[in-house]
Design a protein around this ligand. Structure first.
Ligand SMILES: C[S@@+](CC[C@H](N)C(=O)[O-])C[C@H]1O[C@@H](n2cnc3c(N)ncnc32)[C@H](O)[C@@H]1O
Length: 195
């Protein structure tokens, strides 16, 4: 599960930019498989409420893909795509989602250079990843590009995530997100619509 490194390292956020790889990805995958189904139930319900029927949904920084797994169970109609900067995470996600038909499209990619056409997605989501992005403003530009007009971006992350930089989209709002399973992880729900 995501870990709020600010508690370990004061305010030095820059040390945590970049991918989660190697043994760290193995450890993350083990914990996410154990806790994720409960942890992401409420977030998946919130996303499901925003997703039109048969929507194309992109999860950025999908890690081991547990959010997509919970979402697929709740909404089998959705067409799911996940990207992560770390190929190791994509390998875990591929294994964790192997039972799904059709298989989600899972690829190693940086939020700042998404390998998708303009307007390809109805909804872009992300959980506990945006505080890792080295260039969140470039990420916001890419998210806006791959969203269809009026498409939405939902980001659930620690309150210190770089939400200001994500306002390249429009009409954004920020609210605390509460769930019995998220008590240990103070989470902000950030929502923005494409201009
Ligand atoms: C704390 S994990 C969250 C994983 C997953 N969303 C979850 O909730 O379990 C953050 C993930 O963001 C990925 N990441 C970091 N920088 C990224 C970037 N620039 N573009 C895409 N993914 C990135 C990391 O490799 C890592 O898998």
């Amino acid at each position: 599960m995501p870990h709020d490194h600010a508690h370990d390292h004061g305010t030095d956020h820059h040390r945590h930019h970049g991918p989660i790889e190697g043994r760290h990805s193995h450890r993350y995958n083990r914990i996410a498989r154990l806790l994720g189904p409960l942890q992401y139930r409420r977030i998946a319900a919130d996303i499901a409420a925003s997703a039109p029927r048969n929507a194309a949904v992109l999860d950025i920084g999908t890690g081991p893909g547990i959010l997509l797994r919970v979402l697929a169970k709740r909404r089998p109609d959705l067409r799911l795509t996940g990207v992560d900067l770390a190929q190791d995470m994509i390998d875990h996600a591929t294994r964790n989602l192997a039972h799904l038909t059709p298989a989600p499209d899972l690829r190693a990619a940086d939020v700042a250079a998404l390998p998708f056409d303009d307007g390809a997605f109805d909804l872009v989501v992300s959980t506990y990843s945006s505080h890792h992005w080295s260039d969140p403003a470039a990420g916001a530009t890419e998210i806006a590009r791959v969203l269809r007009p009026d498409g939405r971006f939902l980001d659930y992350d620690f309150p210190r995530a770089p939400f200001e930089a994500l306002t390249a989209l429009t009409e954004s709002s920020r609210t605390p997100f509460r769930s019995p399973w998220l008590l240990l992880m103070k989470t902000t729900r950030f929502e923005a619509a494409k201009r």
